[in-house]
Design a protein around this ligand. Structure first.
Ligand code: ABU
Length: 533
């Protein structure tokens, strides 16, 4: 008889349950290797022991069991998100000491299991705490392969397949942005991606800076960004010698979007002082509110005053993949000179995976090239344009591409689009639920992204008028309720103040694991833990 997909899944589930036991049992499971192997040491593994095949395989298979159990627990709603311990208590529960003599293999396996026992399950469907969360299994498989291949990404010579993958994936991302050609690179995080944009912009305007330093400038450079931007933009000004006073914060509106008339006013103000406004950072998806600065009007100002337009879409970039949500958020994105886009956020690629894209080809290389003789020889047997390492300010570069390439292969563009739409739908569902339970929750603003900002209202404050006094009380609730969540271990939702209001909750939908019943769980659990506050 032809079986349905569900039949097959159920049969597999019974098989897996039979193998690993219930999730509750997993938490206490002992990962006992054969005694003879467990007492052996690293010297009995490859490469120390040329005949180490059996011991190596036994240990790695045991480790795989530990990892797969963590994956099961992460996806099991009956399991907790975390087992919170204060640092002093945690130190007692772990054995963190560095020994004089190496420890046996069984101890290493026990160390691995204990590490994951106390690790926060950031892929759990009840983890709403961070912009990067979820546990995409294809991407994880990619990361396992990456770790096994263990290569550096500076030259084609030692990473031929990965370098070609990088070229194909980054070209596709530029095409999605709306450019023909251009150049890109993977960087260690969105902050460094933004730094690359700054360096390229300065190099483009002052090509002599690389050799002459400050002397090439003539006047004070000034950059502009909204007061809601990621702090790394300000950090560029500190790191690159502008000074944070020359990173001008442009006021934002109630939604957290840059006020473009203020941008122009501030640009004129600095020009009148004889300074050189040269760089505008436009945020597509602010960290707290998920706001999108209006690209087209900002691009007009950049054009008028000859400034570089950088879009920090580290957070919101994934929505470029959705026909439904791309506009109006990204209307005009193709006018940018550079775009930061972090697949490890909305796209769920495993940490870390951050990209920076440039409209102009050649800029990255001319800006950053140092031509180290021992890596980037000009007389190699292959086309040296594939030695991408000379385009970056670091030397060693982690392979962050394979897990993203594999994810693109698994999902295709359509799968990623469905993924983005699902995340947005979960945020919309939370907004709808908050609206229907307005005695218990107060929505702060209509979100543009998957950040939903709200207050929880305990019983005693439910009949109080919503004014500054009540807001002050609601703000005090946030850290207490967050502490209760963590102690209960059942879920995590972040809170923070911003410049317009005191503490409030910010729930993030960045994990493909989250379904509507998880959103219901979040609200019910907040009420269970907080109604007496
Ligand atoms: N790069 C900002 C990440 C902050 C967050 O996950 O909440």
């Amino acid at each position: 008889m032809l079986r349905t997909v569900d039949d097959v899944k159920n049969q597999l589930k019974s098989f897996v349950d039979g193998l690993t036991g219930t999730p509750e049992k997993m938490a206490d499971k002992k990962y006992q290797m054969d005694k003879k192997v467990g007492t052996l040491k690293y010297t009995d593994l490859y490469p120390h022991d040329r005949n180490g095949a059996v011991v190596t395989e036994t240990m790695l298979k045991q480790l795989t069991d530990v990892l797969i159990d963590f994956v099961h627990e992460t996806n099991d709603r009956k399991c907790k998100v975390l087992d919170f311990q204060h640092p002093e208590e945690m130190k007692k529960l772990l054995d963190l000491d560095i020994p004089e003599e190496g420890l046996p293999l069984q101890t290493l396996i026990d160390d691995c299991a204990l590490t994951l026992k106390y690790q926060v399950r950031t892929g759990h469907p009840h983890f709403f705490n961070q912009l990067s969360c979820g546990l995409d299994l294809v991407s994880m498989a990619g990361e396992w392969l990456t770790a096994t291949a263990n290569t550096n990404m500076f030259t084609y010579e030692i990473a031929p397949v990965f370098i070609l993958m990088e070229s194909v994936v980054l070209a596709k991302m530029r095409e999605i942005i709306g450019w023909n050609g251009g150049d890109s690179i993977l960087a260690p995080g969105g902050s460094i991606s933004n730094l690359y944009a700054f360096l390229a912009a300065r190099h483009h305007m002052f090509p002599n800076y690389k050799e002459k330093g400050q002397a090439a400038l003539g006047a004070q450079l000034v950059m502009f960004t909204s007061d809601q931007c990621h702090y790394s933009v300000k950090s560029c000004a500190a790191v690159c010698g502008l000074g944070t006073d020359n990173c001008v914060e442009v006021p934002s509106d109630e939604q957290g979007r840059m006020i473009v008339s203020e941008l122009e006013r501030l640009v004129k103000e600095r020009k009148a002082k004889g300074q050189i406004p040269f760089f505008v950072n436009c945020t597509s998806g602010t960290t707290v509110l998920g706001a999108f600065d209006p690209i087209n009007p900002i691009a007009d100002i950049c054009q008028k005053y000859n400034m570089w337009l950088h879009i920090d879409a580290a957070w919101g970039g994934g929505l470029l993949l959705s026909k439904k949500y791309r506009h109006p958020r990204f209307s005009g994105v193709e006018r940018a000179d550079s775009v930061t886009w972090n697949p490890h956020k909305l796209m769920g690629t495993l940490l870390q995976c951050s990209t920076i894209h440039f409209k102009l080809d050649g800029l990255l290389l001319s800006c950053n090239q140092m031509s180290a003789d021992y890596l980037f020889m000009q007389d190699k047997l292959y086309d040296i344009k594939y030695d991408t390492g000379d385009k970056v300010i670091q030397c060693g570069r982690h392979n962050d591409i394979f897990k993203l390439w594999l994810q693109f292969r698994a999902k295709g563009l359509n799968g990623f689009e469905a993924h983005m739409d699902h995340l947005m739908e979960m945020a919309e569902y939370l907004v709808e639920r908050i609206r229907t339970e307005k005695d218990k929750f107060h929505l702060i603003l209509e979100p543009e992204c998957v950040n939903v900002s709200f207050w929880y209202i305990p019983k005693r404050l439910r009949t109080m008028p919503h004014n500054q006094n009540r807001i002050a009380e609601l703000a005090k609730i946030c850290p207490i309720l967050k502490a209760r969540m963590m102690e209960a271990g059942t879920m995590m939702v972040g809170y923070q103040p911003d410049d317009k209001r005191p503490n409030f909750f910010r729930s993030i939908f960045s994990s493909a694991a989250v379904q509507k019943d998880d959103v219901d769980f979040m609200l019910n659990e907040m009420d269970r833990l907080g109604q007496d506050l």
